[in-house]
Design a protein around this ligand. Structure first.
Ligand code: FMN
Length: 330
């Protein structure tokens, strides 16, 4: 029987399928179910940098209460700054660690490296096995150069790594002027893993009501090819582990990403669409395929189809359809 264990950022996983950060990884009941269905690890729903900053401001105000301020001033803060999302998040980590055996990866949505990174230590102290930083800087500010936008990612990883010992992954998008070089540089910062790629709410327009809507909240299996291409191109050329994310809906998607060179895969939309049972099918498909091909471990075939190792490496860089369509009457 095939051995599915993998190593991701120094964590030993029983298999390479991780439940990606989403609304489905935000409660102990769901986390428990993911473990029962076979998940290798879980990335918790992200907490926002803003939530952390807000809580820290509250702490500063509490310190002021002790020393300088009038009690009624503090009542104001207690009333209007009573968001306890951070406390709840730390509790979620603690409870998850007590309930399941598989690794729990805490997640932070961040857009700056200012003020909050030292707080990451509290997530580590609550028991998180690793951290995933979901960073996105929308390159829509015309005043900023691409270097300025990209600097934020390097600053964040540098600051967070100063404060934690647990492994840290950076989850990024493919919005970069020079994506391959950007990924490679990030991978050499001391970050332990890169998650390629996050996926965002996409805008749409309601023609009747002239409203901007969000569309396609969940991915489709057709979207697999974007991360597949970049996992394949970057495999063997990075200084950290790679997690594939977006468009992995079935066992075939899992196997393709491993062949491209991913250490692990992350899945969200397929769980929303098909239920958590799809995990069982993915694991069955992976095991059966490995048995059929005679592979005993994942390492025996991981990266076999990466750009570095494939017999037709240029296929991953081909952009134009001309030749393909020429002979097919399209
Ligand atoms: C409803 C929903 C909520 C999500 N919330 C988060 C989040 O809090 N943090 C994060 O890093 N990614 C979040 N994601 C993105 C997923 O983790 C994943 O990267 C993305 O959906 C692409 O993978 P998929 O094709 O398997 O869905 C969310 C996705 C969905 C559908």
């Amino acid at each position: 029987m095939a051995n599915l264990t993998v190593n991701y950022m120094g964590l030993k996983l029983r298999n390479p399928i991780i439940a990606s950060s989403s609304g489905l990884t935000n409660s102990i009941a769901d986390i428990k179910e993911f473990e029962e269905k076979g998940a290798g690890a879980i990335v918790l729903k992200s907490i926002f940098e803003e939530e952390i900053r807000r809580e820290l401001e509250k702490d500063i105000n509490k310190m002021n209460r002790a020393n300088f301020l009038y009690p009624e001033t503090m009542d104001y803060y207690d009333t209007y700054a009573s968001d306890d999302s951070l406390t709840n998040y730390l509790k979620l980590i603690k409870d998850a660690k007590q309930t399941v055996k598989i690794p729990i990866i805490a997640s932070i949505n961040c857009v700056t490296a200012e003020k909050w990174p030292y707080y990451a230590q509290n997530l580590q102290d609550a028991g998180a096995d690793a951290l995933e930083l979901n960073v996105f800087v929308m390159p829509s500010n015309f005043e900023k150069s691409s270097q300025e936008n990209e600097k934020v990612y390097f600053d964040i990883i540098k600051e967070v790594k100063k404060h934690v010992k647990i492994p840290v992954a950076l989850k990024i998008s493919y919005y970069s002027a020079n994506l391959g070089a950007f990924i490679q540089k990030l991978s050499n910062t001391g970050v332990d893993g890169l998650v390629l790629f996050n996926r965002f709410y996409s805008p749409d327009i309601d023609l009747n009501n002239f409203e901007i809507l969000s569309t396609n909240v969940l991915s489709s299996p057709r979207e697999l090819s974007i991360s597949l291409r970049w996992i394949a191109i970057m495999s063997g050329r990075v200084g950290c582990d790679l997690a594939a994310s977006t468009g992995i809906h079935d066992g075939a998607g899992v196997i393709k990403q491993l062949l491209a060179g991913a250490n692990v895969v992350q899945v969200a939309s397929s769980f929303y669409k098909n239920g958590k049972d799809v995990l069982v099918n993915m694991l069955d498909d992976l095991t059966q395929w490995m048995d059929q091909k005679g592979y005993k471990t994942i390492d025996e075939f991981r990266g076999k189809m990466s750009q570095e190792k494939a017999t037709n490496p240029a296929a991953y860089e081909r952009m134009q359809f001309m030749k393909y369509f020429a002979g097919k009457g399209l």
